[in-house]
Design a protein around this ligand. Sequence first.
Ligand code: BMA
Length: 837
Amino acid sequence: MKYLLVLLYSLQGIAALSQVEKVSLHQQWKFREVGKQEWLPASVPGTVHTDLLANKKIEDPFYGTNELALQWIDTLNWEYQSDFNYIPQEKNKKVYLNFEGLDTYATVYLNDVLLGKTDNMFRAWKFEVSRQLKTGKNTIKIAFESATKRGKAAAKKLNYILPGDEKVFTRKAAYHYGWDWGARFVTCGIWKPVSLEIEQANIIVDHHQFLTHTLTEKEAKASVKSTLHVYSPTTLKISVYNKTNQSLLGSSTHIVQRDTTLQTSVSISNPQLWWCNGYGEPHLYTLDVVVEELPVKQKQQQSIRVGLRTIALVQEEDSLGRSFYFKLNGKPIFSKGANYIPPDNFLPRVTKEKYQNMVERAKAANMNMLRVWGGGVYAEDAFYEACDEAGILVWQDFMFACSMYPGDEHFIRNVAQEATEQVIRLRNHACIALWCGNNEVSEAWHNWGWQKQYNINKTDSASIWHDYLSIFEKVLPNVVKEFDQPTAYWPSSPQHGWGRKQSLLEGDVHYWGVWWGMQPFSVYNEKIGRFMSEYGFQSMPSLQAYANITQEQDISLQSPIVKHHQKHPTGFETISTYLQQSYKTPKLFNDYVYVSQLLQGEGMKIAIEAHRRNQPYCMGTLYWQLNDSWPVASWSSLDYLDIPKASHYAIKRALSSCITSVLKKENQYQVYLITDHAGAFTLSLTLQKLNGEKIWEKSSQHKAGALTSLLVYQQDADQLLANYDPTELVLMATLTDETGKQADKNYFYFVEPKDLSLQKPSINYTIDFKNQSITIQNGAQHAKHVYLSVDSSTEFSTNYFDLASGESMRINFTTKNSFSQFKKKLQIKSLYETYEQ
Ligand code: BMA
């Protein structure tokens, strides 16, 4: 631990700027099963599963069907231990052992003295250890109790069953217990950083809150609220500087007696606002907040990164129900995006780069909002930082999903503390748009038949609902009100179940008539609510994802491993049923993966276009789900390896700023122009045969206001199709903006893909490796869903695209291959080739 001592001393050298010395305690950890002799090296932050894996005690939990064989891990208790050195300094006031996260039931000892017991993965645990610390060597020991056992024991104490099983008693990520896209690994461990925090000043800053009050072009009025621990009465000055140019933005002086919260007004002239993606730049300011005791004894500085913006959830009664949309800096926003789940079962191994990459991908796919879903975890700082930078608004659920929860005093206090800590941690992020109580708890209670299924009588039902109300209508909104006053709170997503009429008239809706209800994709055109916060359709992950979990020769739809990596009870059957309605069922597994992804893309295209076509009635579309937590067939558009599925490209197109949408309504074909921003557009429509024979072409000019959907063309089906064979036709709608740039190209077919009279396309290409681009040239026959693949290191700027007869397209790519490798590995196929097999 020499390293640690050096760190301790060197940190003390800069005490003038910091009131707390933080010494990471991530070295020299070991772990073992409680009761066993042998210690093994451990990683902190980490989990017991990844530690067992690193020590070769278990196989890769994601490989094959290993998940099944690893369920013993959570039935046992585990302990972790580490030694560190400590040399007391005279100026040290209080010393804390700070765990940013312990998963979950931990008993913590320092030098064999019990410091405390923890029971919430979502809280930080800080133990004062000033008296327990010894000079020289100290030993931390943490015993983790089986969360499943604890949960089951708690369940037994109730005289009714709470839907959601043992997990509802434990404040731990619900998806650890398995989900309809997730493996079950009820892991444990020191999952977040741990450090020694040494307070050396009279004033300790607990946190700063940044608040934007008013915004004009000339000035932003804001304030910084500083919550301080005060050891002894003093006078202090708080100054707020713009870090970039060191200009003073505001200051305040106070006489303080005890712990307090102080407000400093801040004024920023000619402010640059924070905008979400597509609406402007997400400008961020770094503010230096300096707290000094007067006359200057100690000076401490902390930086906070903030955006100047106001955000409001607007719900106004109208003739049809009640609106539901966000206003950013006073401007209405159409929310476009996805639901986000934890990107791994074992979160400590997720890198900062991975969070950034995922958020950048969301931005590149024209999204402006992600919903952090309530069955996972409150995400890492890196995720929110990336959202701040990318202009991605965050709909933040509290971590409750699809279950009912206990309402005893201890549980409620635990939840209140968790919520307080998380709201304080996240509220300064410009991206935070909404706090939402839970995912589908209210919907489930009212619509999923739990009372009957679990045989819950009237009295118990009343008591369960009473507990629901205390958490989601009292505790959580009160925390948001107290600690993040301007941000809206929404008790449950969705407000009403999708089977209810009201769900389309007010609030947000999870529309699962497609997939769960087995309705056809065309129903997306009818079932449109005010804000579509969930809807989705599954597909298979990339072939690379499969290659990582099984031997190549074993990959097939019948493979027990492929089946194991599908968690929805009827997932493959549902995909297959929909697939047969639209596509010819391919024989080869590779083709099946490809077509399943096309199918998902088609569904998302129909849904997103329908939601945007119906603005401003509908003002949000967040599909289920952006990403995966392991290699699995699921609703995601990015698989576990972050490889975009076909749907990801379809979604990117459908979410772009201005698009066209073609709809068959009764006996008419209609073309809509949909735009986020006001502008003048040229629409070109071409009806032609798949062999390139043009039937007609027309173009028209249109002006559209912001957030509009305009009907720009309609024609009777009989007239449009005349005597042509619809299986041979494609209608192409091209939108050009004022600058002459092509804003969108949409291909509409009059029959399902399986019924199209596709002929073998002849596709040529030229590679410009130096400029990392490839130009695809199509021959006479229409090519549907042209798919380029090389390997997992190669990504194309667009993929799975249609090319009309004679059409060409230039596509950029990134790759780790040399030119010759790239050329050798490049494969191009289209839907037609899957017909032949
Ligand atoms: C939703 C989500 C998840 C689930 C998904 C797919 O409603 O909230 O609970 O994984 O449906 O079934």
